[in-house]
Design a protein around this ligand. Structure first.
Ligand SMILES: Nc1ncnc2c1ncn2[C@@H]1O[C@H](COP(=O)(O)OP(=O)(O)O)[C@@H](O)[C@H]1O
Ligand SMILES: [Mg+2]
Length: 303
């Protein structure tokens, strides 16, 4: 039986990287004889009622066998799951990835190497982060340290803090939002690795480097080169993705002081275009192969 899929992306975000991803997945699926339809998340509405759950807005009936979810609309992802559709990544994985505090808690609880982190307590925006809190951060982490918002991307919500004044100012500017204090891994200044995990493999990897910023994000001015990860780096990235329940993830690794890798981030909605431009590997092919394989195993198992 040919499996039918939906590809869902965020239609509200600027730039074409999201549509790009959707189209590449669509083409990869069609090469494997799996018919897919691309939707923007805001075209599909979740209907809830005591007698039924449904999705409004789709023109293609019946509901698909699977969905590739290139968006962070967790409610929609969960609605699809409640309707019995296998969603890649699952709503739970997207949720844990999107919230960096949740990711780090998961990593720490699985003893996966990561930078030391202190979660700022939840307060209302009218409250203040007192000196007793920032003092703990300085005692545990020293200067410079990182302040990182729980929700953020492209390095835009990651701040390098070099002294008490900056620390107090930034912490209080962010009061009311979820953020953390984090050890600054100076041996990784402006450099990191991006390993794209699909299932229990790394499909492609690159090294990113910035000449003028502590962040290595390409959007923050970083450059990229193809990278051949070590067995240990592969193992670390695969376990990091697994620990948040992600089938597919762009895992960022930092270079620890002795060169050994630390997990910086697990991105459940990683872009694949930069990786393709850098390595020539179209991860969309790996993703579709993985999904079709996974679903055929399930089919086989239930028969
Ligand atoms: N603790 C840290 N020590 C050193 N560099 C870091 C640290 N955390 C983040 N960075 C740098 O900042 C970049 C962005 O941080 P990341 O947590 O991946 O957030 P984003 O989701 O915005 O990419 C990383 O790729 C890395 O180069
Ligand atoms: Mg990142």
């Amino acid at each position: 039986m040919n499996l039918h899929g939906w590809i869902i992306y965020n239609g509200n975000l600027p730039g074409d990287k999201f549509l790009d991803f959707a189209q590449w997945i669509h083409e990869a699926a069609s090469r494997k004889n799996s018919k897919t339809v691309i939707y923007q998340n805001n075209e599909l509405l979740s209907l809830l009622d005591a007698s039924k759950l449904d999705i409004l807005g789709h023109s293609t009936a019946p509901l698909p066998d699977y969905a590739v979810f290139a968006d962070k609309d967790i409610y929609l992802a969960r609605q699809l799951e409640l309707l019995g559709i296998r969603v890649f990544n699952s709503s739970a994985a997207i949720e844990r990835s999107d919230d960096k505090i949740a990711s780090y808690q998961q990593l720490a609880s699985q003893h996966i190497p990561m930078p030391k982190t202190i979660v700022s307590p939840k307060i209302f925006s009218t409250g203040t982060i007192g000196e007793e809190i920032t003092r703990h951060a300085v005692e545990e982490l020293g200067f410079p340290l990182i302040i990182k918002e729980a929700y953020g991307s492209f390095g835009e919500q990651v701040y390098l803090i070099t002294n008490e004044t900056e620390l107090y100012q930034k912490a209080n500017e962010l009061a009311g939002t979820a953020f953390m204090f984090q050890e600054f891994i100076s041996s990784s200044y402006g450099r990191d690795l991006r390993l794209h995990v699909v299932g229990n493999r790394v499909a492609a990897a690159m090294k990113r480097q910035s000449k003028n910023d502590f962040r290595a994000n390409i959007t923050a001015g970083g450059t990229m080169e193809p990278y051949q990860p070590t067995d240990y780096e592969v193992e670390l990235a695969v376990s990091a993705a697994a620990c948040i329940g992600a089938d597919i993830a762009g895992v960022d690794l930092l270079f620890g002081p002795d060169g050994s890798p630390l997990v910086c981030e697990i991105n459940s909605n990683a872009h694949i275009r930069n990786l393709y431009e850098c390595t020539g590997i179209n991860v969309a092919e790996n993703i579709i192969d993985y999904i079709l394989e996974k679903l055929s195993q399930q089919e086989g198992g239930t028969r």
